[in-house]
Design a protein around this ligand. Structure first.
Ligand code: IVH
Length: 669
């Protein structure tokens, strides 16, 4: 009996997924909704009667599972990179010139695609079955949103082929029509409306309760492959996209292959014209060198491939009025004038503030209170005032005068000779700077203290409970729970997050200190170079300039930060509070995030396309360890022609054996 039930269940699962594909991916349904519902209900019924036959890749699982407490962290096997941007045709031309020069070819072939305005995700499949889906996160670590992604009908739960392992990259988004429908429902039930499809998609993807995600109708489009094993991929990007489509993934219909600048600019204009009628939001187009061999030759610049670029559409602009101009004091004491605007919908969101950058900018654009201005916003970029419509200036428009004192602490303000920025000179005695410093310290890429937001920080600073980041580690449950909008439970969650932040990396700690001009990438380089906090704290300007990325200005910022006794005291207090960092990460904070970190390879036999030495160098550049002999610890043996005893030993130890083609796949990211 059970075997025939199982047969029927398997048949229904395959049939329902086939119809899902036709309906959602190919947009060409084969049966009516009623017939589909019948199949679905029959499957639900059989699974309910035979819970032992339930399976995570059943289409019935697409309706969501029980809520999670939090998302687990996922390490991306190949980092999720970003794209370089071209904001003008000139920048797009310059990209082509770079490609022509680097590849030594007169005309380059490009695969061109829409740039989806959604959220990047990575999907992993083992033996053709969907195993895990993760957000991009910081590119190296993302959040496990598998339960939510299972509910996305266009993500196949089972591929059309049993590839041993494949990581597929793409974008989750909400179609314009699903967004309109969602907001209609939200409005009807008196719930808050989403500002644009991207925000709706982001909110839906990060739901801890996947049953809610299931009701939100997210979509997915694939745009690339990450790691693969056991399969030889096609040798052009365009062919890889077709391959992904054949596996069951939706890929954009609007993808093309073009030649040279003329080709990609024509595509840019054609897609720009179609933009309003496309079923999803896009914010530009992407050009990718089509031949994978050429992509490999070009390689990467910091966190982006050299072989691809996003050519963005111009930012949208809208008119509004300046209601007032106020001063915001930032983490470094900078006094930034901010325009308070009459709410205006631009670039997909309602804008009520725009930065005016600094006094020079304010004067140059001659922005006055009461003026009508044009406001621009692109993607996630902070809105800015482009220009004033002088013909609309009312007679009573008022000029804004920069304050002589810090509006937050009353401290002195001053301007450095080479800077346009006015700064409050009270340092951490100024509550605004203290709040800014604490928020930076707690931010995701610094010590990542979840739940320490601006409202709480403001209260901690105002009540004088916290003066420096080190004070965070002395907070008690009682003190925290007494804050506004803080219950016992959130206070205890926050304390937990503070406690967890004690175990960190040297790079994060250096970044968290908030030294002027020291961003995340520089902090990583510093951690790698100095390896210990003590070494770093003794650094002088000369030694600092030996670190890649560090020039005289950055070196000067670090030296003056470290020579401030107050800062050294905070560092000492952080140490006393029990902050610690992992030794190996400390020595090479970047290398552990490399795609092949922790993997051991052995190379044997003769490779046809490169020498073993070259292969070794490339693998090591991706973070792998390359060893001379096969052991239990070997992850992969790469066997070229005439491989001998190492191959035999690898087989005996069940070590995965790769041929040269498969090795090459590790080199595409
Ligand atoms: S390729 C190596 N193709 O743009 C980077 N990205 O700025 C791989 N995006 O995080 C990206 N449409 O979320 C690629 N057709 C497309 C894309 C696309 C949208 C997003 C992606 C990425 C961001 C990079």
């Amino acid at each position: 009996m059970n075997s025939s039930v199982l047969d029927r269940i398997n048949f229904l699962r395959a049939e329902i997924e086939r119809h899902n594909q036709h309906y959602y991916v190919l947009d060409a349904p084969l049966i009516s909704d009623v017939e589909y519902d019948q199949l679905f209900r029959e499957l639900q019924h059989l699974e309910a009667q035979h819970p032992e036959l339930q399976s995570p890749d059943s289409p019935t699982q697409r309706i969501g599972a029980s809520p999670l407490k939090s998302f687990a962290e996922v390490v991306h096997r190949t980092p999720m990179l970003s794209l370089q941007n071209a904001l003008s045709e000139d920048e797009a031309r310059a990209f082509d010139t770079r490609m022509v020069q680097a590849l030594g070819e007169a005309e380059i072939e490009y695969a061109v695609e829409p740039k989806f305005d959604g959220l990047a995700i990575s999907l992993t499949y083992e033996q053709g079955v969907f195993k895990q889906g993760a957000t991009r996160g910081d590119g190296s670590f993302g959040e496990d949103v598998t339960q939510n992604l299972r509910t996305v009908r266009t993500i196949p739960l089972r591929l059309h082929r049993n590839i041993p392992f494949i990581e597929v990259r793409g974008e989750v988004l909400m179609m314009k029509r699903d967004f309109a429908e969602l907001n209609r429902q939200q409005g009807e039930s008196g719930e808050k409306l989403f500002v644009n499809p991207r925000n709706a998609a982001a909110g839906s993807l990060r739901q801890l309760d996947s049953r809610i995600t299931a009701q939100r109708h997210l979509s997915f489009f694939a745009y690339g492959v990450g790691a693969v094993t056991g399969e030889t991929l096609p040798t052009t990007h365009a062919a890889q996209m077709t391959f992904l489509h054949e596996l069951g993934f939706p890929v954009p219909l609007e993808r093309r292959v073009v030649k040279g600048i003329q080709g990609f600019l024509a595509y840019y204009h054609a897609i720009g014209a179609q933009r309003p009628s496309l079923p999803y939001d896009i914010d530009g187009v992407v050009y990718k060198v089509n031949a994978i061999a050429q992509q490999e030759h070009l390689g990467f610049v910091s966190r982006a491939p050299r072989f691809a670029i996003a050519h963005k559409f111009p930012a949208e602009e809208a008119l509004t009025t300046v209601l007032d101009i106020e001063i915001q004091v930032g983490r470094t004491g900078a006094l930034t004038p901010v325009a308070r605007l009459a709410p205006v919908f631009v670039g997909g969101v309602t804008v009520t503030n725009a930065t005016l950058h600094n006094e020079d900018e304010l004067r140059r654009k001659d922005i006055r209170i009461g003026d009508t201005v044009s406001v621009r916003r692109a993607g996630d970029v902070i809105p800015e005032v482009v220009r004033v419509l002088l013909e609309k200036r009312p007679p009573d428009a008022r000029e804004f005068v920069m304050p002589q004192q810090c509006p937050v602490c009353g401290g002195q303000v001053s301007k450095q000779a080479d800077e346009a920025i006015l700064r409050c000179s009270s340092g951490l005695y100024c509550p605004a700077q203290r709040s800014g410093a604490l928020l930076h310290f707690a931010s995701r890429r610094a010590l990542n203290i979840e739940g320490l937001g601006d409202k709480i920080v403001e209260q901690l600073v105002e009540s004088e409970m916290v003066h420096t980041p080190a004070d965070l580690y002395n907070l008690s449950l009682k003190k925290l729970a007494a804050l506004e909008r803080m219950g016992e439970k959130s206070a205890s969650n926050l304390l937990g997050a503070i406690e967890r932040s004690k175990s960190t990396t040297l790079a994060r700690l250096i970044y968290a200190l908030g030294i002027r001009n020291v961003g995340e990438a520089t902090a990583k380089e510093l951690a790698r170079h100095y390896a210990t906090l003590d070494n770093f704290m003794q650094a002088d300007s000369e030694s600092l300039q030996a670190v890649s990325d560090v020039g005289p200005i950055v070196a000067q910022s670090i030296v003056s930060f470290l020579s401030e006794p107050h800062n050294r005291e905070v560092i000492a207090q952080l140490r006393n509070a029990g902050l610690s960092w992992n030794k190996t990460e400390q020595a090479g904070d970047i290398s552990h995030t490399l795609p092949l970190a922790g993997k051991t390879f052995v190379l044997t036999g003769t490779l046809s396309g490169m020498s073993r030495e070259e292969a070794k160098e490339k693998l090591e550049a991706l973070g792998a360890h390359v060893s001379g002999s096969v052991s239990q610890k070997t992850d992969y043996l790469v066997a070229g022609d005439e491989a001998g005893s190492k191959l035999t030993k690898a087989r005996a130890l069940n070590v995965q054996v790769l041929d040269e083609q498969q090795l090459l796949q590790f080199f595409h990211i």
